[in-house]
Write a protein that binds this ligand. Structure first.
Ligand SMILES: *Cc1c(COP(=O)(O)O)cnc(C)c1O
Length: 233
């Protein structure tokens, strides 16, 4: 059963999207960039289908989910209703979910190890869906976090391109909670530049303007678009 959102909440999401676009435009201007080169990924994880639908109805087309299983429950119907949607996988991907991920997502942002790169390449060939990939870099070298270590990034990017034949469209990072995000954004850009990678997925609700000033081509915003995520017990 689908419960329609109360009209206030839909209006609020539409307003949020509008406000965010204005803030992106200002940050881009400060950096001498074109705001059109910054894509807002609305991170819909945990939010209910009807909440996401409000953003879709407001005309927003780019979304991010962090779990394959959750996305597979929410998105097939939404994609059927809104065929222009582009869905980014922004969370860790296990090799046993690669087939579902390739079928559902349009961009994989979290490629971070050879085994996954190989599995993705094989599955994309099988499904004839050659998706753009981002390589996740663990810029803070945090042991518990996904992502390639910075020292291994040049080799891994080259292997993704040459050994596995993936289309490396960008790099992605999630800075450590307690560190200045600007340092990580600048570091990610440096790795991208020296490897000739164009895309930079960096910046979340709390720091996206800084990310835009430092060259983000994709910012991943959940709370700023949809409000706080519901608490699941
Ligand atoms: C949840 C999530 C976001 C969005 O976080 P907000 O702070 O709500 O904007 C961005 N990137 C990743 C990888 C996430 O998991």
């Amino acid at each position: 059963m689908s419960v329609p959102l109360d009209p206030d909440q839909s209006a609020c999401i539409a307003d949020n999207l509008e406000t965010i676009q204005q803030r992106i435009a200002k940050a881009a201007l400060r950096a001498g960039r074109d705001a059109k080169d910054v894509s807002l990924i609305a991170v819909s994880k945990i939010h209910l289908v009807d909440t996401v639908r409000a953003a879709l109805e407001a005309g927003h087309c780019v979304y991010g989910e962090n779990r394959v299983q959750e996305a597979a429950q929410k998105w097939p119907t939404l994609k059927a209703d809104f065929p222009d949607v582009s869905l980014h996988l922004i969370g860790p991907l296990q090799t046993n979910k690669v087939s579902d991920a390739v079928a559902l997502f349009d961009v994989i942002e979290t490629v971070d190890r050879p085994k996954l790169a190989a599995a993705l390449a094989e599955e994309m060939t099988k499904q004839s869906r050659h998706l753009p990939c981002f390589i996740q870099i663990n810029t803070g070298e945090e042991p518990q976090k996904a992502g390639v270590m910075p020292a291994e990034s040049d080799n891994f990017i080259a292997d993704c391109r040459n050994t596995y034949g993936l289309t490396v469209s960008g790099l992605m990072c999630i800075p450590p909670q307690d560190e200045e995000p600007a340092l990580h954004f600048a570091f990610l850009r440096e790795i991208a530049n020296r490897n000739g990678v164009a895309g930079l997925s960096m910046g979340m609700s709390a720091d996206f303007e800084t990310a835009v000033e430092l060259g983000a081509t994709h910012i991943r915003l959940g709370t700023a678009v949809f409000g706080e995520r519901p608490v699941i017990n």
